[in-house]
Ligand binder design. Structure first.
Ligand code: NAD
Length: 322
């Protein structure tokens, strides 16, 4: 029997590189599309995939999801069964400065990819969405909440991606899971995310910038739990007989305040931070907190790692790689 091929976009990035490794362990053939953009160091992304490259079931296709000819060729050559679409311009603050590139990659790129899936009869699609679509809604966030309240261009592109996915579900009978990730923490975490920035600054005896009064909070999730959630989604897509369009929160359901986040990092590093107080940034939501009951019941999702464990995993990697 032909093994299942999963095409992962953004497979050299933080979450994508972990996902590719996990899928290889689980016996899938994996095709990674990544353009190694310079949002952060392309060298670190090349480093992320060194292990995967040794596996004969792994293929790297370097290119851009906005390039339809490239996508067509990759789909013809590799005939994926399932697409997990992680490639994106991520990050809230830079989207305020350059919304156009966010729309170009996250919306137009997603449209190209979905079109390619429809043309090549790929009917199972996982889309990386984000907790940011909830804006400043009341917590805990449920998938059924109103998400017309984006407060950053980034969030609005993720919402647009979810809506586009629904169109392809409706017209092409595609099965789609939109997974709303909640601030993911662990080895290879992007350098623009707070845990990475704080660990780096404290290690280098530099001051960290603490936004607002430190009572804001995030539902930090270990990258290994996020990957378990994506695996649950793939397993469900493999089993279902009727097309479905579902949205799932993949959080930890255990929000941590900025103050507690800093204290945990100080404990793990056994070093005190020098703190510079700065204003809370426009575009950032105040709190995130996932209701994960739907992912628990339908994907078998059950996050097991604490925030401290996720920070410890990150620091182990950071010490070795930075
Ligand atoms: P990342 O930046 O580490 O990974 C994204 C990858 O996509 C990178 O390797 C990049 O080179 C690639 N890429 C970007 N544009 C591309 C294009 N046009 N063509 C081909 N490849 C392209 O980001 P991440 O943190 O791993 O996030 C993965 C996904 O999860 C993103 O869609 C992000 O929006 C979403 N997400 C992440 C988090 C988080 O906490 N990390 C939270 C919510 C949602």
């Amino acid at each position: 029997m032909k093994e299942t091929t999963v095409l992962v976009t953004g497979g050299a990035g933080f979450i994508g590189s972990h996902l590719c490794e996990r899928l290889l362990i689980d016996g899938f053939r994996v095709v990674n599309i990544d353009n190694f953009n310079d949002y952060y160091s392309p060298e670190s992304k090349r480093h992320n995939i060194l292990n995967a490259l040794k596996n004969p079931n792994y293929r790297l296709c370097e290119g851009d999801i906005r390039d339809k000819d490239f996508l067509d060729k990759t789909f013809s050559d590799d005939q994926p069964d399932i697409v997990v679409h992680l490639a994106a311009m991520a990050g809230v603050q830079p989207s305020l400065e350059n919304p156009k590139i966010y729309y170009d990659v996250n919306v137009m790129g997603s449209l190209q990819l979905l079109t390619c899936c429809a043309e090549h009869a790929v009917s199972k699609f996982v889309f990386a969405s984000s907790s940011s679509v909830y804006g400043n809604n009341q917590t805990p966030f449920k998938e059924s909440d109103n998400t017309d309240n984006s407060i950053s261009p980034y969030a609005s592109t993720k919402k647009a991606g979810e809506v586009l996915c629904h169109v392809f579900h409706s017209i092409n009978g595609m099965s789609v899971h939109c997974l709303r990730f909640f601030t993911v923490v662990g080895p290879r975490q992007r350098p623009d995310l707070a845990v990475h920035k704080f660990v780096k600054a404290i290690t280098n005896h530099e001051a960290i910038e603490l936004r607002g009064d430190a009572t804001s909070s995030r539902d930090y999730t270990s990258v290994y739990d996020t990957i378990d959630g994506i695996r649950g989604s793939i397993s469900r897509l493999q089993k279902i007989s009727e097309p479905e369009y579902n949205i799932y929160n993949l959080g930890n359901s255990y929000p941590v305040t900025l103050d507690d986040m800093l204290q945990t990092i100080e404990t793990v590093l056994d070093r005190k931070a020098q703190v510079k107080q700065v204003e809370f940034m426009q575009g950032d939501v105040f709190s995130t907190y996932a209701d994960i009951s739907l992912a628990k019941s339908e994907l078998g999702y059950s996050p097991m790692r604490s925030f401290q464990e996720a920070v410890e995993n990150f620091v182990e990697w950071f010490v070795e790689h930075d």
